[in-house]
Design a protein around this ligand. Structure first.
Ligand code: URA
Length: 234
């Protein structure tokens, strides 16, 4: 795997930012600075250090947590505006670098997996694996058949047509509804944009499952380690 992809999968930065870090001589592999693009690494045996911090090595134990992300936290490791991050909610009792797999919006609640395992990150986020992510949304209005069909077929959310998704109406009230939507991709603010487009803006949004893993009864802000069985299933 190329070094910049490995860095991105391990939550260092985007692939492009990782390339910049490499070119500026901030990255070493097994003690040797790699300042050119194209270097390939083994992943499980190489020791990768970025800005003096060990990103991955065969000696790093892998850790896996699930968190019920509260509204008002951001899903990146650092925030330029100083807002609280999801990583700050978890006490790993060690100096292990954790990062979230995928993102939830600042104003979205629900299931987030945090780990230092780039392989699991790839398994859950690469489009070719099509892992389903299930959301419960409170949306405005009475849900029409057209809206349901649009979600099931695909919606233009501004230059991108969403893949067929599942939708289920849990409860319908006079002027709002609780629905469940399952998508197998993860474009920025995808569920909100889809609901906007079908005329049912989201009032609140919560992720309740990622593949086989269910949020269960974790309260916002609570977290726990994943079991070996849960990790295997993911
Ligand atoms: N879709 C959204 O619109 N927001 C999220 O946080 C996740 C999926």
């Amino acid at each position: 795997m190329r070094l910049q992809k490995f860095m991105a999968l391990n939550g260092v930065a985007s692939r492009r930012k990782s390339e910049e870090l490499i070119l500026s001589g901030k990255v070493s592999v097994n003690g040797v600075i790699i300042a050119e693009l194209g270097h390939k690494i083994e992943g499980s045996t190489d020791k990768v250090v970025v800005n003096g911090e060990v990103i991955a090595s065969s000696k790093n134990p892998k850790v896996y947590y699930m968190l019920n992300k509260p509204v008002g936290y951001i899903s990146t490791a650092k925030d330029q505006f100083g807002r609280p991050t999801v990583v700050s909610l978890i006490d790993t009792e060690t100096d292990i670098r954790l990062y979230p797999i995928g993102r939830l919006d600042y104003d979205t609640e629900g299931l987030l997996i945090l780990t230092n395992d780039g392989t699991l990150t790839n398994r859950l986020t690469h489009p070719k694996y099509s892992v389903g992510k299930e959301y419960e949304a409170m949306v405005k209005g009475r849900i029409s058949l057209e809206a349901i069909n649009a979600v099931k077929t695909g919606i233009d959310i501004g230059g991108y047509i969403t893949k067929p998704a599942k939708i289920e109406i849990i409860s319908q009230f006079a002027d709002y509804a609780i629905i469940k939507i399952t998508i197998k991709e993860g474009k920025n603010r995808q569920v909100r944009k889809m609901c906007d487009k079908i005329g049912h803006p989201v009032r609140s949004l919560k992720r309740v499952a990622i593949g086989s893993l269910k949020l269960g009864n974790l309260k916002p802000g609570q977290y726990r380690k994943l079991t070996v069985d849960e990790i295997k299933k993911l």
